[in-house]
Design a protein around this ligand. Structure first.
Ligand SMILES: Cc1cc2nc3c(=O)[nH]c(=O)nc-3n(C[C@H](O)[C@H](O)[C@H](O)COP(=O)(O)OP(=O)(O)OC[C@H]3O[C@@H](n4cnc5c(N)ncnc54)[C@H](O)[C@@H]3O)c2cc1C
Length: 304
């Protein structure tokens, strides 16, 4: 619980960009969960540095909210930590270098992956086609090492600008040692901006590929509020296939239901709570464990 005197101090120092009891459900794909006791939306690096320094002085931890496309927020909200969102500032991107083979783009963490895919289609910069249709921000994509169809965001990163222990530092992507759906960032590291190198390609080729990927994606995914895959694929297999063989399609807990179109996707109906989703995830895990002994690991991150 954030103490009254800590709240008082935060109000004194960060009121320009702080709100209290900010509802988080509308900011997530599942549209469930409670409010953030303290919510910070710094408009620029100066405010972000001030926020992180103040939180360190008050010995308060924080969670970073990107586009909220891979998050489940606890029903009673975030009471012990401060939530920081980079969606107010940190939305710029620009081409900072080019030659006849490639371009270098600098993009801030709040920029949506969709905006970068669109930019690459318009300008004839390839490489991001397989990521078309992955919702969320660049910062979230890096934290999650988001990917699809054999590509990931890390394939195109040249350098990262990360806030670590209150100080800004450059990181090479390899130094983070990224893994499957895990960018390898430390728990309190914040991606502020990244440099991507994209090879030049004919615009028509990029647009055709992006359209093909988007339509494949929409064919596979259900309608409604969901956050894409719930579990990571285990080595050499697909979580969806294991869940389907274990009979999980259509399984339900309260307002949360396993999609009939895709056994690794949970759709949250209007009445769903985050606890319904957690209970359903536990039943899905138990079904697969009983069926074939595999223990599925969640891809979705739970904030509590
Ligand atoms: C319809 C649908 C389809 C999807 N398909 C795919 C897919 O094909 N492949 C795939 O990989 N994912 C997929 N996802 C999941 C999701 O889109 C990705 O994980 C995405 O990268 C999350 O980005 P976000 O900005 O929403 O991050 P959030 O959900 O807000 O956060 C995810 C994690 O990233 C951290 N984070 C966010 N921003 C920063 C930052 N600036 N610095 C440090 N940490 C940060 C958060 O703290 C959290 O731990 C899908 C989701 C949906 C809803």
């Amino acid at each position: 619980m954030i103490r009254t005197e800590q709240k008082h101090e935060l109000r004194q120092r960060l009121s320009e960009f702080m709100t209290e009891e900010e509802p988080l459900a509308p900011k997530t794909a599942f549209k469930t969960g409670g409010a953030a006791a303290i919510y910070l939306q710094p408009a620029d690096l100066t405010e972000l540095l001030l926020a992180v320094k103040t939180l360190a002085e008050l010995k308060l931890g924080f969670l970073i909210l990107g586009g909220g496309r891979n998050l489940l927020i606890a029903d009673d909200g975030i009471r012990n930590k401060v939530v920081i969102s980079l969606s107010r500032g940190f939305m710029d991107y620009e081409i900072v270098g080019s030659d006849k083979h490639s371009v270098m783009i600098r993009a801030e963490a709040g920029v949506s992956l969709a905006a970068l895919v669109n930019l690459s289609g318009v300008g004839g910069y390839g490489g991001l086609e397989n990521l078309a249709g992955i919702p969320g921000s660049l910062g979230g994509a890096i934290a999650m090492n988001a990917g699809a169809f054999g590509s990931t965001i890390f394939d195109h990163l040249a350098a990262l600008w990360v806030l670590h222990d209150g100080g800004l530092c450059w990181r090479s992507p390899a130094s983070l040692n990224p893994g499957y759906r895990d960018g390898g960032l430390g728990g309190q590291d914040i991606v502020v901006a990244a440099y991507l190198i994209l090879p030049r390609k004919p615009v028509q080729e990029i647009v055709a590929k992006v359209n093909e990927i988007r339509s494949q994606r929409w064919r596979r995914l259900p309608q409604g509020a969901h956050a894409g895959s719930v579990f990571k694929n285990p080595d050499g297999n697909f979580a969806g296939r294991l869940l389907e063989s274990a009979g999980c399609k259509g399984l339900r807990c309260g307002g949360a239901k396993v999609a009939v179109e895709h056994a690794n996707v949970i759709v949250a109906e209007d009445t769903a709570t985050s606890q319904d989703i957690i209970d359903l995830m536990e039943s899905m895990q138990a079904s697969v464990r009983q069926h074939c002994g595999t223990i599925l690991q969640p891809e979705i991150r739970v904030f509590s």
